[in-house]
Design a protein around this ligand. Sequence first.
Ligand code: LLP
Length: 435
Amino acid sequence: PLTARANDHDRLEIGGCDVVTLVEQFGSPLYIVDEDTLREGARQYRDLFARYYPGQSQVLYASKAWNCLAICAIVGQENLGIDVVSGGELYTALEAGLPPEKMYLHGNNKSKEELQMAVASGCTVVADNWQDLHQLVAIAKETPDSAIRIMLRFTPGIECHTHEYIRTGHLDSKFGFDPDQIEEVFAFVQQHPILTCIGLHAHIGSQIFERQPHRDLAGVMVQWLKQAAAYQLPITELNVGGGLGIRYTESDDPPSIEEWVKGVSAAIIEACESQQVALPKLLCEPGRSLIGPACVTAYTLGAQKQVPGIRTYLSVDGGMSDNPRPITYQSVYRAVVANRMSAPLTETVTIAGKHCESGDIVIHQASLPKTESGDILVVMTTGAYNYSMASNYNRVPRPAAVLVNDGIANIILARETYEDLIRQDRLPERLAHLS
Ligand code: LLP
């Protein structure tokens, strides 16, 4: 986070709050969100589009990265719109008071209830497939007063080098219409003016470091705009998705937000000029690059195990339930010890989670100072797809999250309790007596 530094007590401080004190106050493990980092990223995206793109633009926060009331409220205050992918994310964004005209509902298998909810609230629907279009036409007929705004998502057929689970732009992807069907889709929408088609969407993947794929995407999408012109659709928006990668470890070298915005803007402008298409309103939907760097997870170190000549395991009080990314994508993280910030990094250890699974390793090779049980280990850059993918595996309650700013810490997610864990359990009467 922008505001992370070692304070005079040799401890990690974020947002003006001493991390060791935060853990004493709010418990462990603890997600700590730095408000300044999130706001600064949002402002950068917004202001840089204003600088580099002469047309209108709108940045949407891809809330799948972390969706809860407080995070929605912050991005809303920064005038970002929001991308939601389920009824639950939509519900949260609405409850946070975000304006529906800046909400976009995604998903490759939206239920009729989710579509109805989006239409009733005034959220734009990103139609991903024929089922979406047919269901939307049916909803439009059932609720004749509703104005239904849609975008059309196509698979762009652009390859990029990222983990295969988070690539979406290649043609063999479950998301979006196949571009071979583009004329058919445009014709359908033209024949159903009950749906107002305002734009086109594509997304190529996540945690992308290469510069070229998004520029290629811009060219492909402007070509689609040109094709759409023949159908007299009210299309004015292009959404190029999200995907900008972030720096988890020293060796990661992603483009800056500025480089990304500048590159995408220039590619759209150039393609529009060469294909003689009017500049569209440009949308993008970053998730990871906004919230990822804004959060850290503080754990307490516990048991140690030395495997002679091989490694030392240091176990923490969380793991794959609060951060499933290492076990899912072999993601690599960096950690510091919050109460020994200036101690020399003399040890190479394996940070293990507490779950009953050998693969539950938070960091395979962490460079740390000498530690003791009770020390506070802080894993950096955990804002994206940690809380949002967290589970109760092994019936471990989800951690609390605090928002820090200027020395003040506010709870934004209360720690789950054991009672929370059995709240949805039901015990049929015939099982109520053990004997
Ligand atoms: N737009 C769409 C349509 C998306 O599918 C995604 C991410 C985004 C925007 C935001 O992408 P970002 O800027 O965050 O890269 N759980 C995986 C990442 C899954 C990404 C899914 N879609 C992970 O932990 O790496």
